[in-house]
Structures are given as C-alpha cells and as structure tokens.
Design a protein around this ligand. Structure first.
Ligand code: ZN
Ligand code: ZN
Length: 765
C-alpha cells in the first residue's frame, strides 16, 4: 500500500491555505497510488471511510471513482483539490473490510483499488432492480412429416399454446426458459439441440426483477452427532465462546459427517447472535449444499457468480442490515458485509479453485484466516485431504488446532478401491479401449442392480492429440503453440487455453508432406461415446463446461441425476467434488494421470487428492461402494497411498520431499510472468527485471532468492511469448519485506504487454 502520494503533491503552493478534513482516496482502477482530496464542508458528514466518491483525476481533472480509505485533518494547500461527490449514503465497506482490502493489496502485491473492487459488492445502484431473462420462442418449427422425439414434441406444443407476450402481442409467443424446462419436463440440452435445428430460438431481455417468491423448503431437523462429531463441534463452540481468533482444521475422511459438524457450529454462532459465512469451492456444489442447508436454517443468502446483480444487491443489503444469519457461497462470499460475524467455515479447503485467477490473485482460504483474525472470530477449515500447507500448520505445536473425524458415520461402509494398471491392460488386450475390463464390470454391475455410476476424466473434448501419421507433426493452436483438442459437438479443433476454434485440416499442414491426420488421446466426449456403445440400454449424461454454461444447467442435470433419471454421469473434475448421492455405488477414474502430465511440484498431491475424493463419492449409502482408478503409473506413491486411503502416510512422505527441495510449505513462492507479442521484449524484460530485483534486495539487505527467468510452462499464449521468474522466500515475513521494497522501488514492472505477479501460486502453468 503506497502512502507516498500524500507527499507527492506538487509543492508549488505549499503554503497552507487553511486547516481541515482531508480524504485519502484509492482510485477504483489498477493504479498503485492513493490521492489526497479536500473534504468540502457540505460533504463533511457523508465523506466517511468506506464510501465511494467521485474525484477530479489526472491532468485534465476528469471525474473518476474511488473509495475513501482514511480521513484525517491536515493543511489545505492550493495543490489539493476537493471531492466532487459522495456516491453512497452509507459506507460500502466497514473499517474491518477496509483493513482486509489493505492486507490483500499488500500481501498479494496489487493496487489497493483492485483489492477494494474485489471486496466491495460488484453491483452498483444503477444496475440494481433489473435482471436478464432468457426466453424461448418458435423459430421455424418442423413440418408434420419431420421426425421428432416425444420431448421435442412437448416443447413445440408448449410454445404453440403459449399466450402472446403482454408487451408485444404481435410477436411470436414466448416462454422463459426456466418455466419451459419445468412445464415440458425437458433439459437445457434438449432446447439447445432444437435451436441447432432452427426450430426454436433463445432471446434475452432485460426486465425489472421481482423479489423471489420461492416457497420455503420443508424443514429438516438436525441430526444427532456421534461421539467424534460431538467432540469436534464442542471444540469449535469453545473457540467461539473464547471470543477471539482461532484457526481449526476439521480433518475427516469422506462420509464422516463434516457438514453436520458445520451445521452445529453455525447454529451455535447464530444462537450467540452472530452471523456465519460458509465457503464452498465450486458453483456445482453450491446448489446441493445450499439446498441441504436451506432446510436447516431460516435466514440464508447465497452469493456466487451465477446470482443476478439485482438479487446480489438485495442480499448484500440484507446481510449488512443483519437480517441474514448464514451466507453460503464461492470465493467472493468471503467479503459478505456481516456486521456481527461469528464464524467462517471453508469447506474442501484444499481446492485450487479457491485461488482467484485474476488480480487480486488471493487465496480464499488464506484471506478467510486473515478476516477471522481481523474480526476476532474462529475460522474452521474442513477437508478429507487437507492441502499440505494446512496440514503442516495443524501439526503438534502448529498454528491450527486439529480436529479429527476418523470414521465414516455409522451405516456407511468404506468403499472398495482398486487400481487398474493400464500398461498391463494394454498388454493383455487387443485394440484401443478407454475403459478397462474392471471398469466395465463395475459399470455393468451397478446398472444391473439399478444403481448409479460416476465416471471421471479430467479432460474435455474427444481427442486431445492430433498428429500426422507420416511426419508426426502435431496440430497446434496458431496463437498458443499447444495441442488442440478435437470436439465432436462442434466438429472443430478447440484450443483450451485461448478458446480459438479451428477447422481441422484433412491432411498434414507441412509443405510436401500431406500425410493423413491421426486422432489420439481421449476426452469426456469420447468416453461418453464408448460408454454408449458398451451400455446401449443405460441412460448416460455428460457434465463438463462444454455442456454446462450456467448455474441452472448444473442444477437441472443434478436434479435429474438425484431422482434417478440418469444411470451413468460422465464428467470432468466438477463431478468429483463433494456431490453426495446415496444411489451412486460405482465410481471410475478413466485416467488418474492428467495431473501428473503437468510439470508442477503439486502434481503428486493433486493426483492423491483426486483419487481419494473420487473413491469417497462411491458408497454414500448403506449399499457400500466400489471405485476403480485407471493409471499408467500404478507404482507411484501418490496412487499407492490413495489405494490404502492413507492421507497421513502420503503427507509425511510428500512433506519430507518438499522440505528437502525447499518448496512450500517450507518456503513461500512468488511467480512473475511477463508476456509480450515480441519474444525479445518478454525475454529481455524478464532478464532486466530479475537483475534489478536482485540488486535491490542485496542493497537493502533483504532475504530472497530470485530465480533465473525461463520460458513459462506455456511459452506462448494468445499470441504472446511468456517468460517467468520464480522468487523464493524462507518465511512470509521475508516475502512481505522484500515485496514491499520491490514495489516501492517500482521494480514489479517491465516494458511489455503484461506483468503478472502471483504470490503463493497454486499452479505453475
Ligand atoms: Zn506430415
Ligand atoms: Zn490457443
């Protein structure tokens, strides 16, 4: 946080004109400065810290938005300009949230205005009160002779019989998509297929929003806790009664009933007149968790990117007014303006999706700990496979208190987990099969018993490796230089990094070669295809970001799965996380090696976590369950420990390796990535920056290791060349001291298109 600007004002007219209140304003823009403004008498009451203001900015004095971060009395000089306008009737951010934003800006080395934009609600009063509604209307319906399914016919009938729109009776009748799905009992995929045929089309309209009138869900009583759960809940409640900061890790195997412990702890917080925030990593998880918790608590708000602006604004106001007891949501829900916060829970704390992928690149778990510290409340982290950073903090004598749930709740049996060595499978079997014999028999067994299966592959599309059979030249994205992935749904080759879509050439692109292209590798589309051929009688659905565009799509599909309308659900990792369906008795991992393919010191940890989590999805009922994991690396310890379901053994071995290699949690990393369309600019920029940083740290006597710049793991992305430098620090204090200094010396910049500073990176791509 730079305070220099206060002294930076030109000193031409330094003689004070008067004495009065001065506002310290951070512009809501990526500018790493703060500016001082006079507070005119008329605005004196309103201009409090935490309100948005309009101020004259830059040489031309163009009005810009900022937030007052502090207020003081000082000498008014002619160089100080007055505030133009105060935009909020009351502060948007409490002093504690302002302090949190300040910490984020400092620790994650980003401008305060960027941190403030993340912490403040995104909705502005201009947008509030409106929502986008998606309507379906008839376009060119099929003639009578054209074949259609029964569902498609229902959709057509519904649209034909719809009443004319009240605002435009001449327009073709329309029904909003959500109602149509309900009335015609169809999925979004059905509607999308019908749009592709040109029978119907979607239109979006901006309409005034109505307050939700959803009927309250039937209430459910709390469960009785077992002895382990009671002991854990007791410790959390004791921490709350102590009225101070405390970090606790709830380490519970899957199926051990962590959620029930959260419920009891949250209830205790509410009973003390406090509010609670429960963070979940994925939007797909939120629907299920929310549904479960809404049956248990009266005043719940859900905040995630799928919630409309108007709803968000209403929720934000209700939370700030203290009318909400429990806030559930993904990353940004952490910044809910609870005036009486009493507990923060971070479920599945090990999830990489808690890391924000744009500036400020904060880690939600770590900021949750900081917020709890500032608020003086406990923070509870929950996981079956804690991140190694968290686990080492929970070691004896560490900063976190460790609470264990070692057993599955009574009635739930531990799933049987087996590993298929794909090398052996390929030796013993002819032809290319994505699904091994063990996988096939597990799927058939579940189907025959009328039970459900989940099949996981962490790769979208159909084939991810396309190359020339003659000269072996692969097909790469012209903008990124990475392999493109063939998608059957579009018939195009997609770049999963820049989202470019290419028409696949029929022949090799190399001059004078002209060999035929071979499609190799696998993705969810191909698994779905093989599965349909293997089990033609099964009802199969796919869930990945290609078919799931909106939160409602997840809810639809999960709803159908929950009522037994789907036998096998194929998907990317989004289906591995926390979904809890008692009828699922078989879970398969098509390829456990996708994480290992990435050159990252966390690959083993990710492979272990994924394998164990997936196993946990099987057997959420008394029927018991089975999980089959396919891999080409059956011998590595991540897989072996997962097979024995031994988290602590894995953690001990992996931590020893990390300590030896000086990697997190035994060191802190900062990753700096420079990108530019000109290779020399990116490379020279990185070299020059690393040299200057080394010199500066040396001169200031600060500790830190600046690695030699090298091409990034993705050396070219979106037509820009990328170079990275890794900074290593022994402790967080070393990191802060060094980064403060480098920032003050203006050394986190270079003359190239972009410089990304990522503190505590979770992925080194
Ligand atoms: Zn070729
Ligand atoms: Zn690309």
């Amino acid at each position: 946080m730079s305070r220099r600007s206060l002294q930076d004002a030109p000193l031409l007219d330094s003689a004070p004109l008067a004495h009065g209140p001065i506002a310290d304003v951070a512009p809501l823009a990526p500018i790493d400065r703060r500016y001082a403004y006079l507070i005119p008498a008329a605005l004196s009451d309103a201009a409090q810290p935490g309100v948005r203001v309009r101020v004259p900015f830059g040489r031309g004095g163009r009005p810009a938005e900022g937030i007052i971060v502090a207020r003081s009395d000082g000498d008014w000089t002619a160089s100080l300009q007055p505030l133009l306008e105060v935009l909020d009737p009351a502060p948007l951010l409490s002093p504690r949230l302002l302090e949190l934003a300040g910490w984020i800006a400092r620790y994650y080395a980003c401008p305060l205005g960027v941190a403030l934009s993340a912490v403040a609600p995104r909705a502005s009063h201009r947008e509030a009160g409106y929502r986008m509604v998606r309507y379906v209307l008839l376009d060119r319906p099929p003639a009578d002779g054209i074949r259609r399914t029964a569902i498609q016919q229902r959709v057509l009938d519904c649209l034909r019989s719809a009443p004319p729109a009240p605002d435009d009776p001449a327009a073709p009748p329309r029904i909003d998509a959500a109602s149509l799905r309900g009335v015609a009992d169809c999925s979004t995929a059905t509607l999308r297929a019908m749009t592709a045929k040109g029978w119907i089309r979607f239109v979006e309209r901006r309409e005034p929003s109505r307050p939700p009138t959803a009927a309250p869900l039937p209430r459910e009583a709390d469960w009785t806790l077992n002895a382990d759960q009671q002991a854990a809940a007791g410790r959390i409640i004791a921490a709350m009664q102590a009225d101070g900061f405390r970090a606790l890790l709830l380490f519970g195997v899957t199926g051990s009933g962590k959620t029930e412990v959260y419920v009891h702890a949250i209830r205790a917080a509410i009973a003390r007149g406090r509010q609670a925030i429960l963070l979940v990593p994925e939007i797909a998880l939120t629907t299920q968790t929310l549904d479960r918790l809404s049956r248990r608590f009266d005043r719940v708000a859900v905040l995630h990117s799928g919630v409309g602006e108007a709803q968000r604004t209403r929720d934000w106001a209700a939370i700030a007014a203290g009318r909400i007891d429990l806030v559930i949501g993904t990353r940004s829900a952490l910044f809910a303006p609870c005036p009486r916060l009493g507990l923060i829970v971070v479920d599945e704390e090990q999830e990489g999706s808690y890391k924000n992928i744009a500036a400020p690149r904060y880690h939600t778990r770590d900021v949750a700990i900081k917020r709890a510290q500032i608020e003086g409340t406990p923070v509870l982290l929950g996981s079956a496979t804690p991140a190694l950073e968290t686990w080492s903090n929970a070691a004896p004598g560490g900063r976190f208190e460790l609470l264990r749930l070692p057993n599955r709740v009574s009635g739930l049996r531990t799933p049987r987990l087996s590993v298929v060595d794909l090398r052996e499978e390929h030796r013993e079997r002819r032809g290319v099969h994505l699904l091994s014999r063990a996988m096939e028999s597990g799927l058939r067994g579940a189907l025959a018993r009328g039970e459900q299966s989940l099949l996981l592959l962490n790769r979208r599309g159909y084939a991810n490796y396309l190359f020339c059979a003659r000269c072996r030249t692969p097909v790469v994205c012209p903008h990124c230089g990475v392999y493109v992935v063939l998608h059957r749904s579009t018939g195009l080759a997609h770049c999963h990094y820049c989202r470019a879509r290419l028409i696949l050439p029929t022949r090799c692109a190399m001059a004078e070669c002209g060999g035929t292209l071979v499609k190799f590798g696998m993705g969810t589309e191909r698994v779905e295809e093989e599965l349909k051929a293997m089990l033609p009688q099964a009802r199969i659905a796919r869930m990945d970001s290609d078919v799931m565009a909106r939160a409602a799509d997840y809810a639809d599909l999960l709803g159908r799965f929950a009522v037994g309308g789907i036998d096998v659900l194929v998907g990317t990792q989004m289906i591995a996380k926390g979904l809890d369906f008692p009828r699922v008795t078989f879970v398969g991992v098509v390829n456990a090696d996708t994480a290992l393919a990435i050159d990252d010191f966390r690959s083993a940890e990710r492979t272990f976590q994924l394998t164990l989590q997936v196993a946990g999805r099987a057997g959420r009922s008394e029927a018991g369950g089975e999980a089959v994991v396919q891999t080409f690396h059956a011998g590595i310890s991540a897989i072996q420990f997962a097979l024995r379901q031994d988290y602590e053994g894995f953690a001990a071995e992996e931590l020893t390796a990390r300590r030896r290699a000086d990697l997190p949690p035994f060191a802190r990393l900062v990753r700096i990535v420079l990108a530019d369309p000109r290779l020399t600019r990116a490379r020279d920029g990185a070299d020059g920056m690393a040299r200057a940083m080394r010199e500066a740290l040396f001169k200031a006597g600060l500790r830190g290791l600046i690695g030699d710049p090298r091409p990034a793991a993705l050396p070219r992305l979106r037509d820009a060349y990328r170079f990275e430098a890794l900074l290593t620090f022994a402790t967080a204090a070393d990191l802060l001291a060094a980064m403060d200094h480098l920032r003050a010396e203006n050394l986190l910049r270079a003359r190239c298109r972009s410089v990304i500073v990522d503190v505590d990176p979770v992925a080194l791509q």
